[in-house]
Design a protein around this ligand. Structure first.
Ligand code: ADP
Length: 262
């Protein structure tokens, strides 16, 4: 019988080191060796201490709760490197963005690494512009580590969840959230010079009395050929959602002019 291949040995060694065995049984099914090694590398670098359960399992990425070696909560977003949807889903955002066009033509894996780095950089750019986002901590290959929005691995609610009848937010509270989101949109456009391009009640969390913008990987610079189209769509999504929770939203034209300053 021949010895197991190097990859498998590495993988077994990696798995043996994990404290939370159940967690890695789940992770092992979903991810390839290269992804496990990337998580391992972030542990070696002292970014991640322990990895815990799944917060979200989407088509393009999975989000886990983790702890830093100091015991601070972290969100670890791992992009899947093996789905056709992923490729289709992100192409329209990457093509036309001079920062990523070149990369887009190379291999899928590298494309996904670039996508993770793009989310990291967009988070930085948003934060610098004064928009509340999860603080980006580290990115390595297809693994992005950021501030956990929530407490003790219990994530904060999304606006869509906050809108459920049992949460009963007053119109005044919704109005305040709306005003903040519009303020963020102004800052995104005028300071960060990016359009989120997927802004809606599923990509805004609510934590400590403030909306927090998430899922910024697809955000594009204002020079992107579809930037204006994406912005118009974002505005419509935000108008639709906030009017559904009772906010008297300004007209599209008014919002558009406020956000773009034109
Ligand atoms: P996807 O592209 O898979 O939708 P998201 O970035 O939207 O990825 O994250 C998916 C889900 O994971 C979110 O809806 C939210 O519930 C959770 N999540 C994402 N980022 C964080 C974070 N920083 N802290 C806590 N939960 C998060």
């Amino acid at each position: 019988k021949s010895p197991p291949p190097k990859e498998l040995v590495q993988k077994r060694k990696f798995l043996k080191r994990q404290k939370d065995k159940d967690m890695f049984e789940t992770v092992e099914e979903v991810f390839d060796t290269s992804t496990l090694m990337a998580v391992y590398e972030l542990m070696r670098r002292g970014v991640i201490g322990e990895l815990f359960g799944t917060i979200s399992a989407g088509k393009e990425a999975r989000v886990y709760c983790a702890k830093s070696p100091e015991g601070k909560d972290l969100a670890v977003k791992i992009y899947l490197t093996n789905t056709a949807e992923f490729r289709k889903g992100i192409r329209k955002y990457i093509l036309g963005d001079p920062r990523f066009e070149q990369i887009a033509n190379r291999g899928l894996r590298r494309l996904i690494y670039a996508w993770a780095r793009k989310e990291f950089r967009n988070l930085k750019r948003f934060a610098k512009a004064g928009i509340r986002v999860p603080e980006p901590i580290s990115v390595y290959k297809n693994v992005l580590v950021m501030e956990f929005i929530g407490e003790n691995c219990k994530r904060a609610p999304l606006l869509v969840e906050l809108a459920k009848p049992e949460n009963k937010l007053s119109t005044e509270e919704w109005q305040k959230i709306f005003d903040t989101v519009v303020d963020y949109m102004v800052k995104m456009y005028q300071k960060a010079k990016l359009v989120h391009a997927d802004l809606n009640e599923f990509n805004i969390m609510y934590w400590q009395g403030e909306p927090v913008i998430i899922d910024v990987s697809q955000a594009v610079p204002l020079s992107h050929p579809y930037a204006d189209e994406f912005l118009r769509h974002d505005i419509q999504q935000i108008r639709r959602f906030f009017s559904s929770v009772g906010v008297e939203v300004p007209s599209f034209a008014e919002l558009y002019s406020k956000i773009t300053g034109m």
